[in-house]
Design a protein around this ligand. Structure first.
Ligand SMILES: C[S@@+](CC[C@H](N)C(=O)[O-])C[C@H]1O[C@@H](n2cnc3c(N)ncnc32)[C@H](O)[C@@H]1O
Length: 235
């Protein structure tokens, strides 16, 4: 998924995809420490609360956390009696998630989602800063089949107007070095910057209608901390 297909239908991951997944293996320990130690200011200032609020608004019983990392969101939802399944390609991050209570966790690359019918159906499927690849439409299409009738997909991502930095406002690959997130990040992560219209087009192409956008703001500067896209599958 994302990446070329061979004549036998196997997916060949691009160099960027391979580097992206490798970075989450190498940085698993440092990332876990950063998340659990509250080292990421934007999370403390509003993005954690924003994703939790947008999920709770749907009053879900079952949530699928796609690209769950070390599992903080599952743990936060479990305290509200929500049944959470988390999936992530990074085996060391899933190991850290399983070591805490809060959900059922599987090592699963997004490329394996089309065959993952055993995952079942969910009231909310959430991607919290986890759609980092260029070709996300096949992932969105695969997730559609895991959403219950009247369920929702909730995506939180970096806000395109602040995350662009000094770069052009145009889709393209960027590099995250994790500077300021603490020590121990050994591999930079390639990630695909997309504009607001690129996000809404990808959701449309994936079979969704965007119902709502949310933009949590920095409490002091008033700048957007992130962008949330709340979408429902097309009938
Ligand atoms: C920025 S972290 C966010 C983790 C978690 N959602 C959170 O809020 O802390 C991105 C996560 O997406 C996962 N990820 C990225 N690409 C993936 C892929 N192709 N398949 C499965 N997981 C992927 C990474 O392993 C990593 O855990």
């Amino acid at each position: 998924m994302g990446g070329a297909r061979t004549a036998r239908g196997q997916t060949v991951k691009s160099a960027k995809q391979q580097q992206l997944e490798r970075s989450w293996e190498s940085n698993a320990h440092a990332w876990t420490e950063a998340v659990r130690g509250g080292a990421i200011a934007s999370r403390r200032l509003g993005t954690d609360a924003a994703i939790i609020d947008s999920i709770l608004t749907r009053d879900p019983r079952r949530v699928l956390d796609v690209g769950c990392g070390e599992g903080w969101l599952a743990r936060a939802l479990a305290t509200r009696d929500i049944d959470v399944t988390g999936i992530d390609a990074s085996a060391p991050l899933i190991e850290r998630a399983r070591a805490e209570a809060g959900g059922t966790f599987h090592v699963c690359s997004f490329s394996a989602l089309p065959g993952a019918t055993m995952l079942g159906k969910y009231d909310v499927v959430v991607c919290n800063f986890a759609l980092l690849d260029e070709d996300i439409v096949p992932v969105l299409q695969a997730l559609r089949s895991l959403i219950q009738a009247r369920g929702a997909l909730i995506v939180q991502t970096v806000h395109p107007w602040t995350a662009r930095g000094d770069g052009e406002y145009r889709d393209g690959w960027r590099t995250e070095t994790f500077a300021g997130f603490g020590d121990g990040f050994s591999e930079p992560m390639p990630w695909f910057f997309r504009t607001l219209s690129s996000w809404t087009s990808a959701l449309d192409d994936g079979g969704y209608r965007v119902e709502e956008l949310r933009e949590p703001l920095h409490p002091e500067t008033g700048e957007p901390l992130s962008l949330l896209l709340i979408a429902s599958p097309h009938n």
